[in-house]
Structure formats: structure tokens, C-alpha cells
Design a binder for this molecule. Sequence first.
Ligand SMILES: Cc1cc2nc3c(=O)[nH]c(=O)nc-3n(C[C@H](O)[C@H](O)[C@H](O)COP(=O)(O)OP(=O)(O)OC[C@H]3O[C@@H](n4cnc5c(N)ncnc54)[C@H](O)[C@@H]3O)c2cc1C
Ligand code: SF4
Length: 553
Amino acid sequence: MPDPDVIVVGAGAGGLAAAWRLTTQGARVVLLEGGRAYTPSKDYPQSADHYERLAFPYDPEFDRAGRPRYGYGEAQVLPAALDAYRSHDAAHGRLVPGRARRYAQYSHVRGVGGTTLHFQGESHRYHPDALRMRSALGVGVDWPLGFAELERYYDVAEAQLGVAAPASIPERPRSAQPLPAHTLGYASQVLAPAFRSVGTTLVPNSLAVLSVPRAGRPACNYCNSCTQGCPLGDKGSADVAFLPAALATGRLEVRANAQVLLIERGPQGRASGVIYVDAKGAEQVARAEVVLLACGAIETPRLLLNSGGLANGSGQVGRHLTETLLWTSVGLLEERVDAHRGLPIDGSAWTFAIPERRPEGYVGGFRLATSHGMAGLRGPAFYAEFLAPGFGLEHQRRVAEIVGRGVAVSAIGEWLPNSGTYVDLDPSRKDVFGRPVARIHSRLEANELTCLKHMADTVRAILAAAKAEIVSEVTTLDQFMATHVLGTCRLGEDPATSVADPDGFSHEVPNLGFADGSAVPSSGSGDSPSLTISALAIRTADKALARAARGPR
Ligand SMILES: Cc1cc2nc3c(=O)[nH]c(=O)nc-3n(C[C@H](O)[C@H](O)[C@H](O)COP(=O)(O)OP(=O)(O)OC[C@H]3O[C@@H](n4cnc5c(N)ncnc54)[C@H](O)[C@@H]3O)c2cc1C
Ligand code: SF4
């Protein structure tokens, strides 16, 4: 293949969406992905007897030489006043001893499909006010584009993903009609009145999971395995939703197991291409007119910093990392509801998911969800390992008594950017290629601590209304376990406070664009971010095409 028009680095929610848009609009693309290509029927068939014990077949924490892929900053010391809000379960007691917050893990997937290979398909539109946090509420940052423009790209991304959702959610206005919503599972139906008791309404979640067959993909069979890997192809992971159509154009070449080490600088401050290690371990160069980075919000800044601080003239690369706050309580109902039947996160309640200045003393918002499968309630092993203390006959008796009675309710909340939450290079750790790994720093400010408390109190009130006995609670209060990472090369008008211009291209390197979570300036108020990441990546692809039509700057 002659030099492509565009190199995309990273094949996740953003990278594959951008590659799809570019190739279907006529551009030639080489996509370099550091992880492997998976075969669902072989790699995660979900048919083993011990399906419940099988995680997605990857290990993101270590590289192939067994070295940690990430370093972590200082652990935050938590106030004693929040001791009643720490992670615990019936089998182990408190999960994080002492007062310091623990860096548990940065959860993601390396591979063709990226982290969407084990996402749960949640597909959420941000509230319009989430794009103007600074002007509306005096915190965070305003996006350099308006909601109407983002919405057009939500429509494009949703159509390709196949999103099943309620036709109308007042707190999340939408223009395009979705696919029919999935029905709430039985356990969630039982919980619905308890949601009403805290002033909200449980509705089916908005999911990139087909409720009807579509475009050669079947409808969901409700096997509850989304985070372990969907064997059917009804879940709109990026490899299913974007890749086949992009390959069908004949203009996309995917190189898996191709780890990009450096961005190569060309004349006039431009990027000329990238240097990568191919599947056989040989160093290669790939060149193109445009380079789009889509390695995710941790690895994209790392790549720039490892490329001599490219695009970092104002020191913004890696700053403004946001996560989302998480609180999950598991309770035992008086009767058996078998919550393993159905989707892992089947319901959402949006009343508190509007960015606002709350009477509880924080700015932000959070979404509530029925999250039985996400919490681990997929079969008896989870009850035995986490929800029943002790061992021997007494343990067996307790497991038999409680199995099938568990339900989980989560709250997912906004995380405003702060100066203590960011990514830099670890001075003491290198990867298998001799490059410094990313070091993640995470700090909860008073605003987030107050929000987490409100989230926890609301979830506990719901379970109390359902007469559930709480047996496990897990929270980002005392554990960093980020699944939603955003903002480290955020879009903005001002080069002093952002890395990317309003089009999604570096302020400093005009042919270097961003097509992943790193570009997203805010975390929404309880939304899962992949729809927003894909929508923005498609927009950046459109901007690249428009720039190419105008000629190089
Ligand atoms: C358990 C779990 C459940 C989740 N559930 C949801 C959900 O239901 N809904 C939702 O919206 N979000 C969910 N998320 C989050 C969502 O999956 C991510 O936000 C999203 O996939 C991020 O997209 P991205 O394009 O930024 O990065 P990714 O999807 O992570 O893709 C980045 C890709 O770049 C590759 N890469 C990195 N560095 C290099 C390099 N140097 N060279 C080559 N390749 C490289 C990586 O291997 C990876 O494949 C979940 C996440 C987890 C962990
Ligand atoms: S529940 Fe549906 S989307 Fe999830 S893994 Fe099973 S078939 Fe796939």
C-alpha cells in the first residue's frame, strides 16, 4: 500500500469510529493497534461451565515481559469523617485498610475494539449543560462547540452502533429515534418502586446492544456477559459497529500488535508519521499527511510526552484527567429474584443527572443504575466469594440461603478536573520497549467527596426502601479503578488551557489530531462516555477531510 492519507493510532471507541468515517468518505487509512485482534467465538464464547469465573482474556496491568504497564502517584489520605463510606463486603470486611486511597487498577483493553470489547454497551448523550460548565456553573471548562453540533454526531454514531433506548428521557433530550428499548429484567422491576421512593424513575438503560436484529447482527440473548466479551455481535463494540463497514471500503488496513513508540516530526512543525514495533518485533516507520491519536486518555498523552513533549508547549498534555465517581451497593432482598438474568446494567434513573449546584453542597450530578451483572451477580461463585463470610458447612449453608437474592444499585457521578488528577511519565518504570510508562495521579477534591456521599446516601435509601440487607459496597472513594478516563488532551479555544483546537487538532502541530477520550473536556453528569468519544472522533475525521480538501496549512 502506498502511504495512506491518514494514520490512526489505536483501535478503540474513538480510533475505529474515525477510521470508519474517513474510509467511508474516501480516505485511505492505516490503523496501528498495539493489542491483538480477538476472535469472539474462540476467545470469549461464554459457553464454559465456569463462565462466571472467566474474565475478558487480557491482562492490562502487565506487559508481555510481566512489567507493570502503569505507575501511580501519591495515594490520597481520606478524612475519618468518611469512614462510613468505605468499600467493604461480607466475606472480607473493609477492602482497603488504613486511611490512604488505593490505586486498584486502570481498567481498559488493548486490542482491536479497544476498551469497548468489555464495555457494557451503555450509550449516553451528555446533558446540553455539560458542555458549558464554566459559563453555567463557574466550574470546569466550556467546550468549544455547542450541543446542536455534538447532537448531529451523536445521531451518526448511534445509527452505526445500533442504540436501543427509551424514545424520550426528559433529562437527555434527543432528536433521532433509537431502536426499541430493552425491557427491565425481573430484579430491576422489583426494585422500581424503591427508586420512586427517592423521587426518581427507573427506566431501561440506553445501550448499544441490539434489541432487534439489524445489519446482519442478531438481537441480544441476555446472557449477561457484556464485560466478559460479547460472543454474538449484538453489542456495538467498535470492532463490530465500525470495523466491518470500514474494511468493506477496501481503504482500511489494520495492523494489530503494532505498538507505536514515537511520533515523527517533519518540516514546518508538522508530524510526518510514526515509528512503531510490528508484530514480529521489528521497528517500522509509517507516514501520512495526517496522524490521528486514539490511544485513550492515558496512553495518548504518554505517547506525546515520549515523543519529546510534542504538542506540549503550554504544558497541558496529560493535565485535566477526569474519571467518573462510582458507588455500588449490593443488597439481599427477602425473596429470590435471580438478577443474573438479563443485561448487566439494565436500568437507569436520570433525575439527579443534570449538572447543577446542589443543595447538598457540590456542583455536578449523578445517574443511578441497576447494575446487578456489573457488580458481579452473575452466578453462585460471586455469592460464595464475596457475600458469605467464613468457610465449611456454615459457609455453604449461608450461600444456599442467599443465592439469587442479590441486587445491585450504582450511582455514577461527575468528576470535575483538578490540578491533582493528571498523567505524566513515570521516572522509574519503563515498558518492554524501554519507554517510560504513564504515571496516573488521582485526587478527589471536596466537591467530589461531597457528591460521593450524596450518591451513597441515595443508593442506600433505595435499598432500604426495598428492604434489602446491604452486604457489599464498592466505591471510587477509597479505590482508583477508573474505567472512564477523559480530558488529558482536551479541546479548547485557548492553547494555554487546552491541547487540541476546536476542530480536534493540536494547537501546535497542525496535522496531528485527537480521536479518543483524551479530547473530551468534561465527564458528563453520570454518563458513560464512549458514545461521546465516538461522536467527537467522527467529527474530528470530518474536520480532517475538510482540511485535506482545502490543502495543507
Ligand atoms: C469494564 C468497563 C466497562 C465499561 N462500560 C462502558 C459502557 O457501558 N459505556 C461506555 O460508554 N463506556 C464504558 N466503558 C468505558 C469505555 O469503554 C471507554 O471510555 C472507551 O472505550 C474509551 O475509548 P478510547 O477510544 O478513548 O480508548 P480505548 O477504547 O481504550 O482504545 C485505545 C486503544 O489504543 C491502543 N493503544 C494504546 N496505546 C497505543 C500505542 N502506543 N500504539 C498502538 N495502539 C495503542 C490500545 O491498545 C487500545 O486498543 C467501560 C470501561 C470498562 C473498563
Ligand atoms: S447480554 Fe447481549 S450484548 Fe451482552 S454479551 Fe450477552 S448477547 Fe452480548
